[in-house]
Every structure is written in structure tokens, then in C-alpha cells.
Design a protein. Structure first.
Length: 165
């Protein structure tokens, strides 16, 4: 006989459960790594912007427009009548401010970007701006008022929404 006698209690390595438990966890890590790698390659990474430098310059311009509104001492009084579908804006500023013939209004819903809309309001004979606004969804809205080199940000509450100020 050339081999050692085999003990009845000894089993082959592949019949031991602890061996398979030791193999299972590294194998699981390899499979999870392969799935993660595939997801990273196939899925869209959702970059915020491709040209962050240009976006940074645009942000500076927006901040300059806000500062210009402060220099003009701009204050907007908003009169919103949802039952009539009418929005009125009255602008007041210091002596350096000249009232523009029209203003841009951007309605931005606080949670639903699909509801956003833009309009232009022209100066009326009473010195205010008026625009017809229908079907604004209930909720909290941000209203951006802009013309030329300035912009104002205001809040608007429509329907059953309660103000969160």
C-alpha cells in the first residue's frame, strides 16, 4: 500500500460546509463588484453641467442683477386674484430707477418644474403691470420679476397652500 489509511471521520475538502462558507463571501464580493462596474459603465452619471466655469460666470451675473435691484431700492407689490385669473405687479424704487415698459415674469413651482411658465407683462395706464394667469396649480410658487439689468424674487401661494414664511 502506498497511501495512508483513511479515517472514517475524514471527508474530502469539498464536502466541508466551512470551506464553502469561506469561498462564498469573496465570490459574492466579486459578483457585486462586477454588477457595480456594469452599472457605472451603462448608466448615465447625471452631470450637473458640462461647462461649470460658464455656469459660474452666469451665477455671478445673476447675483449682480439682484444687487442692482437692491441699489434701485426695488419693492414689488403683488396683487393676485386667482378667481379672476389676474396678477398685478406694482414696482417702486428710488430716484435712480426708471420704470420699464415691460417686465418678464417667471413662475417657478417649488416642487414641480413641469408647471413652470414664463410671461411678459406690459406697463398699464395706472403705472402697474397686469397679466392674465390661469390654471396655476395649488402650492408654493417662486415669482421672478425681471427687466434689463435687475431682478426680484417673490413668493406666491396659490389655492389651498399655506404660507411657509
Amino acid at each position: 500500500m502506498t497511501g495512508h489509511p483513511r479515517n472514517e471521520t475524514e471527508r474530502a475538502w469539498y464536502r466541508e460546509p466551512y470551506v464553502w462558507m469561506l469561498i462564498f463571501f469573496p465570490a459574492l464580493a466579486v459578483v457585486a463588484g462586477a454588477i457595480t462596474l456594469r452599472l457605472a459603465i451603462v448608466s448615465d452619471d447625471g452631470l450637473v453641467t458640462d461647462d461649470y466655469y460658464r455656469k459660474g460666470l452666469e451665477i455671478n451675473r445673476v447675483l449682480e442683477r439682484d444687487e442692482r435691484a437692491r441699489q434701485y431700492g426695488l419693492v414689488a407689490t403683488i396683487v393676485f386674484r386667482p378667481d379672476a385669473g389676474h396678477l398685478g405687479v406694482i414696482l417702486r424704487g428710488n430716484a435712480g430707477f426708471t420704470v420699464p415698459p415691460s417686465i418678464g415674469l417667471r413662475f417657478m413651482h417649488a416642487t414641480r418644474a413641469g408647471f413652470d411658465r414664463e410671461m411678459t407683462a406690459t406697463l398699464g395706464a395706472d403705472g402697474g403691470y397686469a397679466v392674465e394667469v390661469r390654471d396655476l396649480a395649488a402650492g408654493h410658487w417662486h415669482l421672478q420679476i425681471e427687466a434689463g439689468d435687475w431682478r426680484l424674487l417673490e413668493s406666491l401661494h396659490v389655492g389651498g397652500a399655506t404660507p411657509r414664511d
